[in-house]
Design a protein around this ligand. Structure first.
Ligand SMILES: [Zn+2]
Length: 274
């Protein structure tokens, strides 16, 4: 582990352990809030905006790891939970700052990938339903949040960019693009289960993994998918290969990380604190 990150973590938690491996906290839209929970609340299920949040135990304490939507306005927010043994309702507050993401202009040769026709829409609508269901997936397994980088490639700080495709505004970028050549192996960043896969209109060949308690990773534009829905995968296992399928300008991996139904900045899981 990066020494600076470890030192900062020790200062934050007043507790040192070489095993601490949380994602980096970033209290901005698209970031992550890390909130220590009281000992008498360990049996509580905490929610943020009515969705359950990931809670990780660490050295006899527990911490809520909360994904903040990219569309969140700056301000004060809270998670809330009710303990089963004493029915106590607890709210834990945190403050979210503004972040200005940059704008990117992209030219796509296949115009239907920007302005789909009716036939394309008949395909896109059910695909979006499947994607929404995958993003909300939940089970009680405690995930490993100490991610491996899914491909060897050039990371870009592309998360959150507002995007203009062929002169038209589209939704901001919900993941990180990693530049790599077609055919480069894509590996599972942690143990998980394949909860969705297929060839989708915008995402091309893609895979959703669930790692536990609503922590999701998604891989898009693949040339090859080596797993099927329901498969269990191990950390580091090859699940597919980089490609240029779907709405792309060239081969790369699009990687998204979801927490409590929100796509957050994947860099918070793999980059050391600067
Ligand atoms: Zn992308």
């Amino acid at each position: 582990m990066n020494m600076l990150r470890l030192t900062l973590t020790c200062v934050t938690l007043l507790l040192c352990s070489p095993l601490l491996a949380f994602p980096k906290q970033s209290l901005v839209p698209g970031g992550i809030a890390i909130i220590e929970l009281e000992q008498d609340m360990v049996d509580a299920r905490f929610t943020f905006q009515d969705k359950p949040v990931l809670v990780l135990p660490e050295n006899g304490r527990s911490y809520a790891i909360v994904g903040l939507p990219l569309s969140l306005k700056p301000g004060e927010y809270f998670i809330s939970g009710r303990s089963e043994h004493n029915q106590k309702l607890v709210k834990k507050f945190f403050r979210v700052k503004d972040k200005q993401y940059t704008t990117q202009r992209i030219t796509i040769k296949n115009k239907r990938k920007v302005n789909p026709n009716q036939q394309d829409m008949n395909r896109i609508i059910p695909e979006q339903k499947r994607k929404r269901a995958a993003a909300r997936y939940w089970d009680e397994n405690i995930p490993d949040v100490n991610f491996l980088t899914p491909v060897e490639g050039i990371m870009t700080g592309s998360y959150g960019r507002r995007r203009i495709f062929n002169g038209q505004a589209r939704r901001p970028h919900s993941g990180m693009d990693i530049a790599a050549e077609e055919g480069v192996a894509v590996k599972a960043p942690a143990d998980g289960v394949v909860i969705e896969t297929g060839d989708f209109f915008f995402s091309g060949n893609m895979i959703y993994l669930h790692h536990g308690e609503g922590l999701i990773t998604m891989f898009a534009h693949l040339s090859r998918v080596d797993v099927k829905k329901g498969d269990s995968v191990k950390k580091g296992q090859v699940i597919g290969a980089v490609g240029a399928t779907g709405r792309v300008t060239g081969p790369h991996l699009h990687w998204s990380v979801g927490l409590n139904g929100n796509w957050v900045d994947p860099a918070l899981f793999i980059e050391p604190v600067p």
